[in-house]
Design a protein around this ligand. Structure first.
Ligand code: PEP
Ligand code: MG
Length: 922
């Protein structure tokens, strides 16, 4: 049997080997292949990482032998030897996962230095200061990454040394100072880890490789993976590469450059660089770097070369690139390239530009759109009415605006957010350790670091507003000063990621509008997709918004949502609590004109587009006061009654407060207050209410008297709704508006239920429309959400003009998970423990629920070949679920207005992917 190949030289790989080599390794290999100036190196595979974990955290057999052979390759290419006291080869050891996880795992630079080789490096470079600086950096990184000694312990020693010598800048530190710091660092390691810093360079290398593998499972990497849905099993590769130095003089430097502006998409080199600095200095935000344009002035020929290479890389990868480079003694090296993270706005802009420049096709542009980008696309901005108090202006690192209470540490950010307080995380700089705080906060504000610093990159990826490098802020513990203003923890501030403004107090925010580029993409999507996109909307405003986003009609109007307004709820409560049909009819008669107006509003907003109206669905108790609260009130009133019995007549209400409290209480119950009755009277009313509410109580309301069951037991409710719909349709038709009602019966499980309700609707239509019927076409269909309905779809289809799959209820009933309880209880645990792959209320369960849908569509169409079918559960706005709907041959999906653009794109992607026949790309 052939030994497993754990190690690939850069010359042996390519970008297509990303799964095995990780993104960074695959790109280094690709760049080596196309002749770019990449320092020589090799990659230890992700397979080795998986084997490492499978064998209880031990490097698999053969890895170090293959590493050693590959090291000889680097030695030959560089003309140096690893561990050679005279001309030592130094290498970097970096993680590189399949999916980009910036800064989440560990890196060690300058490996190969020890007490001997450092002298060789000093002599070879004729620069002892540089050599000892490199050595102390290695000990620090090794101590932190391999031996888990906090970085702060090393930094404290550096700060103390600078203080003792009276230095304010690092540039003042001498070779001897670094040398003495090296000794102190080594002592620190011995004290803290009880092992010496290894002088054996091969031991350094082996431990570093293990540590990078272990960093796959550090806390921040785990959190990041969860947030970005990256599978835990993927593992990371390790890249080992000859060091080049940006920090050995003013003819050296390092930087990060994007081939286009990652915030706006503008076609212009964008990035930062630092002279005489090592790679990590730019990303870590320790020194604020210079804009890349300055490199054009300081190193003109190298800038030109960089611009050429950037263009070459962009054309080669057919995408905007994020490139790390180093200049070592006037020679340019490319250390990394990857698809640049970008704001959603920039993503659209760049994709459209790339199509226009002939670099990619429209289909490629559409397939590239990420769900998260679309999620974030509609960023909020500050409503400019009024002049906000601008405290400071920093770098506009990630667009969008946010208001929140200032907090200065990540744990507090997380806690306060859990308590429901919006927060802005304020830090001098963020590190990957702060990821949970960034995730929790509304936005991030830092006083240090540039546009490519950690805070900027992470916030941009998450679509959170971020203002960076706001150096005029003086952060001091739990407060910051800006000019003469002091902002303390808990004070409200706002940030504007579009222009870097930091504002005192809370500001009004306005929702974003569709950009021209997104409009263009959506138009391309519409040319391709076959799945129609409808919206779930219950009022004209949402309906209009959805239309602007491109909705082709209303796929679900939940009429119960129309009943929550202050003018309706009391009527609805009275209707529910009615003791007789006559009494119920009285209240329904009051609701009729209100519903009539509601439906007319929807028809007007959707003129000419179908409006699918679902008759009343939820259990009735949802409209009534809470039983527990009512009984508490009852007992309070009983106690008051006893007290009042002891008070002389006429003195019951001694303050306005008690009177108004009573009035408010009655109003909440939806009942009239007549001259503030005494506690005894009110108690009697509450008692009666309580009795009725208890009567309506159900042990499993979601499986109880709801949906069509309600319509069958109390037909007058559905009759009123149908009458309101037809009256509104007739009124609109008379105005020249095309009303296209599609009436939907919820929760059908047996064809007889649908048959009964359909005849009810038809009967009312005949009565209301009479001779006008021809001018008001309508359809009657059903929700398919009870598994029995799916299984007997061929029977149900006989009576239905359309099927709309209620995948929320269908998921609930197929899994037997209560949708009201599961997510808050066991479901999160299930997903975390990987009992099931996703939350099935978010991502449609293809194997179970999906099978029912496919069955129902197929059965239904045996009876009616052109039966219209769609999904109106929350899954209609989820990309993966939309892919399923397309594959299952549904006609449409329906989702909330803000998801409509996403759904249009996802529907196009589904079509393109099925056209290409590739499952993998999904
Ligand atoms: C559904 O069950 O999927 C549905 C759309 O109805 P609701 O969520 O209102 O029960
Ligand atoms: Mg439902």
């Amino acid at each position: 049997m052939n030994a497993v190949k754990w190690v690939f030289l850069f010359q042996e790989g390519s970008v297509s080997m990303k799964e095995l080599l990780g993104g960074k390794g695959a790109n280094l290999a690709e760049m080596t292949g196309i002749g770019l100036p990449v320092p020589p190196g090799f990659t230890v595979t992700t397979e080795a990482c998986r084997a490492f974990y499978a064998s209880g955290r031990a490097l698999p057999e053969g890895v170090m032998e293959q590493v050693s052979t590959a090291m000889h390759g680097i030695e030959d290419a560089k003309g140096q030897r690893f561990g050679d006291p005279h001309n030592p080869l130094l290498v970097s050891v970096r993680s590189g996962s399949v999916s980009s996880m910036p800064g989440m795992m560990d890196t060690i630079l300058n490996l190969g230095l020890n007490d001997e080789t450092v002298q060789g490096l000093a002599k070879e470079t004729n620069n002892p200061r540089f050599a000892y600086d490199c050595y102390r950096r290695l000990i620090q990184m090794y101590g932190n990454v391999v031996l888990h000694i906090p970085l702060i312990s090393f930094e404290d020693l550096l700060i103390r040394m600078k203080e003792e010598r009276g230095y304010s800048e690092e540039s003042e530190v001498t070779a001897e100072d670094w040398q003495s710091l090296v000794d102190q660092y080594k002592q620190l390691i011995e004290q803290e880890a009880a092992v010496p810093f290894p002088q054996n360079v091969n031991e350094q290398l082996e431990k570093a490789i293990e540590a990078v593998f272990l960093s796959w499972n550090n806390a921040r990497a785990i959190i990041y993976r969860k947030a970005h849905r990256i599978p835990d099993e993927q593992g990371t590769a390790v890249n080992i590469q000859a060091m080049v130095f940006g920090n050995r003089g003013d003819d050296c430097g390092t930087g990060v450059v994007f081939t286009r502006n990652p915030s706006t998409g503008d076609k212009i080199l964008f990035g930062e660089f630092l002279t005489n600095a090592q790679g990590e200095d730019v990303v870590a935000g320790i020194r604020t770097p210079l804009p890349i344009a300055r490199m054009e002035q300081e190193m003109p020929p190298l800038y030109v070369q960089l611009a050429e290479l950037a263009d070459k890389l962009e054309r080669h990868y057919k995408d905007m690139q994020d490139i790390e480079f180093t200049v070592d003694k006037h020679k340019l090296y490319i250390l990394q390239t990857r698809g640049g993270k970008r704001t959603p706005q920039a993503a659209m802009r760049i994709a459209v530009q790339l199509v226009e420049e002939g670099i990619i096709t429209k289909a490629e542009a559409l397939l590239r759109i990420e769900e998260t980008h679309l999620d974030q696309l509609l960023h909020r901005a500050i409503d400019c009415s009024g002049e906000p108090e601008v405290l400071a202006v920093g770098l506009p690192a990630s667009p969008g605006a946010a208001s929140g209470q200032a907090v200065f540490d990540t744990d507090t950010a997380e806690h306060w957010t859990k308590e429901g307080k919006p927060v802005i995380l304020v830090r001098s700089e963020t590190t990957p350790e702060d990821i949970h705080g960034v995730l929790a906060a509304e936005g991030v504000l830092t006083s240090r670091g540039g546009m490519t610093s950690h805070a900027a990159v992470v916030a941009r990826g998450m679509g959170k507003p971020c203002v960076c490098g706001c150096e005029s802020l003086d952060i001091d513990g739990n407060l910051f000063r800006a000019g003469d203003r002091t902002i303390r923890e808990g004070d409200w501030i706002s940030i504007d990621g579009a222009n870097g403004r930091v504002i005192a107090g809370k500001v009004g925010l306005k929702e974003a509008e569709l950009s021209a580029e997104l409009e263009q993409m959506l138009q391309w999507a519409d040319e391709v997709r076959t799945l129609r996109v409808m919206t779930n909307a219950d009022n004209p405003e949402d309906a209009r918004k959805a239309s602007l986003f491109g909705a082709e009609g209303i796929g679900l109007c939940r009429t119960e949502h129309m009943f929550f307004g202050a003018d309706r709820l009391p009527l609805v409560r009275h209707m529910i609590l009615a003791e007789s049909k006559e009494e119920r009819l009285k209240w329904l008669a009051e609701l009729l004109p209100i519903q009539h107006k509601d439906f007319a509003g929807l028809f007007r907003a959707m003129d000419g587009k179908p409006v699918t109206i679902r008759l009343l669905d939820p259990p009735m108790h949802e409209f009534l006061p809470n039983v527990d609260e009512l009984s508490q009130r009852y007992y309070r009133l009983a106690a008051q009654e006893r007290r009042e019995a002891a008070v002389p007549e006429g003195h019951e209400f001694t303050s306005d407060r008690s009177a108004s409290t009573k009035a408010a209480g009655l109003a909440t119950a939806g009942l009239d207050s007549q001259d503030f009755p005494s506690a005894a009277v009110e108690k009697a009313e509450v008692e009666q209410l309580l009795r009725k509410v208890r009567l309506l109580h159900e042990a499993n309301p979601m499986l109880g008297q709801r949906g069509c069951r309600l319509g069958i037991v109390f037909p007058e409710i559905y009759e009123m709704q149908a009458e309101a719909i037809f009256r509104a349709a007739a009124e609109c038709a008379a105005e020249g508006i095309r009303a296209l009602p599609e009436i939907m019966i919820p929760l059908v499980g047996h064809v007889n239920e649908l048959e009964l309700m359909r005849s009810l609707v038809d009967r009312i239509a005949k009565r209301v429309l009479g001779r006008e019927a021809a001018r008001c076409p309508y359809k009657v269909g059903t929700m398919i959400e009870v598994p029995r309905a799916a299984l007997t779809a061929h029977q149900i289809a006989e009576k239905a003009d359309f099927f709309s799959f209620g995948t929320n209820d269908m998921t609930q009933m197929t899994f037997g998970y209560s949708r009201d309880d599961a997510e808050g209880k066991f479901l999160t645990h299930y997903v975390e423990q990987k009992v099931i792959p996703h939350n099935p209320f978010q991502v449609l369960d293809r194997e179970g629920v999906g099978q029912l849908i496919e069955w129902a569509v197929q059965k239904g169409r045996t009876v009616k070949p052109h039966l219209k079918t769609g999904v109106c559960g929350e899954h209609g706005g989820d990309r993966q679920s939309i892919f399923f709907c397309h594959a299952a041959g549904l006609d449409y999906i329906s989702c909330s207005p803000y998801r409509v653009p996403l759904a249009r794109i996802a529907a196009a992607q589904a079509q393109l992917l099925s056209g290409a026949g590739s499952q993998d790309q999904k």
